[in-house]
Design a protein around this ligand. Structure first.
Ligand SMILES: Nc1ncnc2c1ncn2[C@@H]1O[C@H](COP(=O)(O)OP(=O)(O)OP(=O)(O)O)[C@@H](O)[C@H]1O
Ligand SMILES: [Mg+2]
Length: 261
């Protein structure tokens, strides 16, 4: 479903992603873990092209965008085509950020309706029905006419998930969806994500919550120093059956009882 081939990204002199290739399968949950600053957010942002890779190719479903020719002399029409490709590819994705990023001046219902009406040009009446059923799903129907600032962090994050789902993306991307929340609010967001896992959505989730990663991941990707340092099932990764570095990271992050070699 999502294929990255030889993606590299540099900020100034800092090589943040070094020739990353990976595949997130359709209908599965791929969890990305790794130390702070290892490049996880940048990797996720390269998937929906919020960051432009310096090299490599991003493919989602049937849309591929290559960055290998961008240093060549680029005629105007090629740049225009790339812009179209980027927008098409981005429409395949829905992103949920650590900081929610809801529109503050719109109600929760309007937040969910905005993308389908403005971007996908769907009819507001149809979109309203769909948005209301999504708000039922994330247990926020009673908050539909409230503004984001009046909601708790957990409620805002559930609204952000409903908004992402409203675009009917092929893949849902989550960047640390619960790290701004205290444990009780985290639980209610994890419950919603768990339900999405059960529905076999295609998801890529960056998280520091290794217990959750272990529970819901079909595939775990360990990123270290801008490279994929290990990939495997939760049993392989959390059982210490991949690389020494992945084992060290997990041992340092998980309570001892959870780390079984
Ligand atoms: N726009 C930017 N400009 C310059 N440097 C950046 C930019 N974005 C990220 N970086 C740097 O790239 C490196 C990787 O950042 P990234 O946010 O991808 O890490 P991360 O693995 O998501 O970390 P964390 O777990 O703390 O969220 C860091 O050293 C960061 O400072
Ligand atoms: Mg990050």
């Amino acid at each position: 479903m999502v294929h990255l081939s030889h993606i590299s990204k540099q900020f100034g002199d800092l090589r943040v992603l070094k020739d990353i290739s990976f595949h997130a399968p359709r209908g599965k949950t791929t969890v990305v873990i790794g130390p702070s600053g290892s490049g996880k957010s940048t990797l996720l942002r390269c998937i929906n092209l919020l960051e432009t890779p310096d090299a490599g190719e991003v493919r989602i479903a049937n849309t591929a965008v290559s960055f290998d020719d961008q240093n060549a002399k680029s005629p105007f029409h090629r740049r225009l085509n790339r812009r179209r490709e980027i927008l098409t590819l981005r429409q395949h994705t829905g992103m949920v950020f650590q900081g929610f990023h809801l529109f503050p001046h719109k109600t929760i219902l309007e937040n969910v309706m905005e993308g389908p009406v403005q971007v996908l040009k769907q009819h507001p009446d149809t979109v309203r029905d769909m948005a209301l059923s999504l708000l039922e799903k994330v247990e926020l129907i009673d908050k539909k006419d409230c503004y984001p600032a009046t909601l708790s962090g957990g409620q805002q994050q559930r609204a952000a998930i409903a908004r992402a789902l409203g675009m009917e993306p092929d893949v849902l991307l989550f960047d640390e969806p619960t790290s701004a929340l205290d444990p009780e609010l985290e639980r209610e967001v994890l419950k919603v994500i768990r339900a999405l896992v059960k529905e076999n959505n295609t998801m890529i989730i960056v998280t520091h919550n290794l217990l959750f990663a272990k529970e819901i991941g079909d595939l775990v990707v360990f990123v270290d120093g801008g490279q994929i340092a290990a990939t495997g099932t939760p049993v392989e990764i959390f059982g210490g059956h991949t690389t020494k570095r992945a084992g060290e990271f997990i041992a340092a992050m998980l309570p001892p009882m959870e780390y079984a070699i």
